[in-house]
Design a binder for this molecule. Structure first.
Ligand code: ADP
Ligand code: RBF
Ligand code: MG
Length: 146
């Protein structure tokens, strides 16, 4: 599971699927295809967490979904980052940097949108808690983000 971690990615924030994740309270910043294609071939799809930064701003905790979103049956593999911070404005076109540190679970299908949202909320709680551990804390101050 952790074979390819930590993994560092950076790229421009592009428009995603426009499904209104934002309206659900869980906006996800999408990376372009090239960044997705740079992931190690054998890295498992699923839900991960780590740290993230928009341009040269503060480094925040994040959760990320990598894969095909079985609930929506996407045709294209995506990397969607939800940053655990309330932003006043969108940041399309800015540079997003992420370090992926740990794996939570595989991508699942759900019977309803409510179940998807509840599961994402529990992913967020896991990331919130685990990222305070000293094992991970050091990455927040990593050179990558300076
Ligand atoms: P899209 O389908 O275009 O990805 P979303 O509804 O997922 O649309 O919204 C994503 C956009 O919301 C991001 O590209 C970013 O500009 C903005 N945004 C605002 N707050 C956050 C946040 N906390 N985490 C991720 N993106 C955010
Ligand atoms: N989509 C899925 O189809 N299955 C999942 O298990 C799943 N887990 C996610 C976990 C996180 C932390 C995030 C941010 C997204 C996840 N998604 C998943 C993607 C979700 O379907 C997408 O962000 C939608 O746009 C939400 O409305
Ligand atoms: Mg999105």
């Amino acid at each position: 599971m952790k074979k390819f971690l930590p993994h560092y990615s950076s790229g421009i924030v592009v428009k995603g699927f426009g499904r209104g994740s934002k309206e659900l309270g869980i906006p996800t910043a999408n990376f372009p295809e090239e960044v997705v294609n740079n992931l190690p071939q054998d890295m498992e799809t699923g839900v991960y967490y780590g740290f993230s930064q928009v341009d040269n701003g503060p480094v925040y905790k994040m959760v990320m979904s990598i894969g095909w979103n079985p609930y929506y049956k996407n045709e294209k593999k995506s990397m969607e980052t939800h940053i655990l911070h309330k932003f006043d404005e969108d940041f399309y076109g800015k540079i997003l940097k992420v370090v992926i540190l740990d794996y939570i679970r595989p991508e699942l299908n759900f019977n309803s949108l409510d179940e998807l949202i509840d599961t994402i909320k529990s992913d967020i709680a896991i990331a919130e808690k685990n990222l305070n551990q000293s094992e991970f804390k050091s990455f927040q101050e990593h050179q990558f983000f300076s």
